[in-house]
Write a protein that binds this ligand. Structure first.
Ligand code: AMP
Ligand code: ZN
Length: 114
C-alpha cells in the first residue's frame, strides 16, 4: 500500500534492522525501543488494524505469534519472559496503521500496562 511505512519495509524501499523474514512476514528492531529487546513482527500483507482482520487471516496471526516465539528463543528472552502486544486504533496506542506484533523483553514488565 502506497504511503504505508511498513509496506515500504516489506518492499525493501526502507531497510530496518531485520531479524527474520519469511514468505508471510518480516521482523525487525523497533526504532524507539521500549525494552532491551523490542522487535516488531509485521505481516507482508497490508491490514490496517486488528478490526480489519478477516476470518481467513487467522493463519497470519498464527504465523506472527510463531515467529515471535522463535525470535524470543533466538534473542535469549524465552526463559526469562517477554510480552506480546498488538495496539488497535487511537485509544489502543496504534501509530502505524499496518498491523504488527510487538515483542518486548529483557526487563520486568509492569501490570496493568499504561
Ligand atoms: P504502534 O504504536 O503500536 O503502532 O507501534 C509502531 C511502532 O513502530 C513504534 O513502536 C515505533 O517506534 C515503531 N517505528 C516507527 N517507525 C519505525 C522505523 N522506521 N523503524 C522501526 N520501527 C519504527
Ligand atoms: Zn502497509
Amino acid at each position: 500500500m502506497k504511503d504505508c511505512l511498513f509496506c515500504k519495509m516489506v518492499a525493501g524501499e526502507i531497510k530496518p534492522d531485520m531479524v527474520m523474514q519469511n514468505d508471510q512476514l518480516i521482523a525487525f528492531r523497533d526504532i524507539n525501543p521500549q525494552a532491551a529487546t523490542h522487535i516488531l513482527v509485521v505481516p507482508r500483507r497490508h491490514i490496517s488494524t486488528l478490526n480489519d482482520l478477516a476470518q481467513e487471516d487467522a493463519g497470519i496471526i498464527e504465523s506472527m505469534v510463531s515467529a515471535a516465539r522463535t525470535i524470543a528463543h533466538q534473542q535469549g528472552i524465552a526463559a526469562s519472559g517477554y510480552r506480546l502486544v498488538m495496539n488497535c486504533n487511537q485509544a489502543g496506542g496504534q501509530t502505524v496503521y499496518h498491523i504488527h506484533l510487538h515483542l518486548l523483553g529483557g526487563r520486568p514488565m509492569g501490570w496493568p500496562p499504561g
